[in-house]
Ligand binder design. Structure first.
Ligand code: PMP
Length: 356
């Protein structure tokens, strides 16, 4: 029997499919999932209450404009509502940003290695990814990125702190870079891990965007605020960019559960940021222990650490699995380990010690 299939865009052929993360109990005694940079704390009771209340109405569509959340964000960040856009996680907003700015023949630039979604969402748009290698110290090479700008560059991601290395770009170098970027190129400061930064020299994108119309700041409720499973992120940008994002949003893409949980989380920010403080303390302990074991660990300002393991990467990840922690390997390069519960971190540290 002959079969006809719909004609799909040829460019889709080469785009990898997202692979599901390994569940924490996949094989063996696995109890701790340190592979997706999630927040290990359970939801706050107040946030849970807002979700439960919203769930009573899930026969209804959510507020398409996210009105309550937009108002709350405008107040929290001191920006007009017209400078805001929400989306299905910050990866959803990043995809909208590319769709709004770049198509076939256009270039989207980012450092590499960085967030794995950048090449995927660039290709989905039919645009060309331009990957500029990190320095040998695993930091953005902003001079090389500025040198790589062409007439076709439409959008540049700067992931600060960078996933998976945790490294940051500091104020002076970022401002020098922004001064070199032509005004018609959009620079997206992806600050998914912003709340974990303790280095005072790292600028807050929300300050930088104010007098730079070509800067857009991406934030998420998935990490510090612990709402990864509810999918809500947002962008702060000047009116034309924010308006384009609102136009390209998937209708009803942010559920009412997510909107109400995000509002409740902003109202419980002190408590949530207290938890972030504990995770930052644990990050210091983990990084210091690794260095005492003899590892070179790049200075991380996010909720994860990066270990360069080269050819030993997959063996290391397998040993972690066996011991009861799931980490995120990048074959041939290294392993990213999320800072989680103390017990899980300790199991990982033990494996690391055995690999020295
Ligand atoms: N940006 C970066 C740098 C990330 O690491 C992630 C999540 N891994 C995201 C964006 C997307 O997060 P979310 O879609 O959950 O907001």
């Amino acid at each position: 029997m002959s079969e006809t299939s719909p004609k799909l865009r040829a460019e889709l052929e080469g785009i990898p499919t997202y692979k599901p993360g390994k569940p924490a109990s996949a094989d063996g005694p696995v109890a701790y999932k340190l592979s997706s940079n999630e927040n290990p704390y359970p939801p706050l009771p107040g946030v849970m209450e807002s979700v439960t209340a919203a769930a009573l109405n899930f026969n209804r569509y959510p507020d398409m404009a996210c009105t309550g959340l937009m108002n709350e964000l405008a107040e929290r960040f001191g920006v007009p509502v017209s400078h805001l856009a929400t989306g299905t996680g910050s990866v959803g907003v990043a995809q909208q940003l590319i769709q709004a700015t770049a198509g076939p023949g256009d270039e989207v630039m980012y450092a590499w290695r960085s967030f794995e979604a950048y090449p995927i969402i660039t290709r989905i748009s039919g645009a060309t990814p331009v990957q500029v290698p990190l320095t040998p110290g695993d930091v953005h090479d902003l001079d090389a990125m500025a040198d790589a700008i062409t007439d076709r560059t439409r959008l540049i991601f700067v992931c600060n702190p960078n996933n998976p290395t945790g490294t940051v770009v500091r104020r002076a170098e970022l401002e020098r870079f922004l001064d070199r970027v032509p005004g018609d190129v959009l620079v997206v400061l992806d600050e998914a891990y912003r709340e974990f930064i303790r280095d005072m020299d790292v600028p807050d994108g929300v300050q930088l965007y104010r007098d730079r119309p070509n800067v857009c700041v991406l934030r998420t409720f998935s990490k510090a605020y612990g709402l990864a499973g509810l999918r809500v992120g947002f962008a702060i940008a000047h009116e034309p960019v924010a308006a384009a994002l609102r136009k390209t949003a998937v209708p009803f893409g942010v559920s009412q559960l997510a909107q109400d949980a995000a509002i409740a989380s902003l109202r419980a920010e002190d408590e949530l940021l207290g938890r972030v403080g504990s995770l930052v303390g644990e990050r210091t302990r983990v990084a210091d222990t690794l260095r005492a074991q003899g590892w070179t660990v790049p200075e991380t300002q996010a909720n994860f650490v990066w270990l360069r393991l080269g050819e030993r990467t997959l063996d290391f990840a397998a040993a972690c699995d066996q011991a009861g922690v799931v980490v995120r390997p990048f074959a041939g390069e290294g392993v990213r380990i999320t800072i989680g519960e103390t017990e899980g971190n300790d199991i990982f540290l033990k494996v690391a010690e055995g690999f020295r």
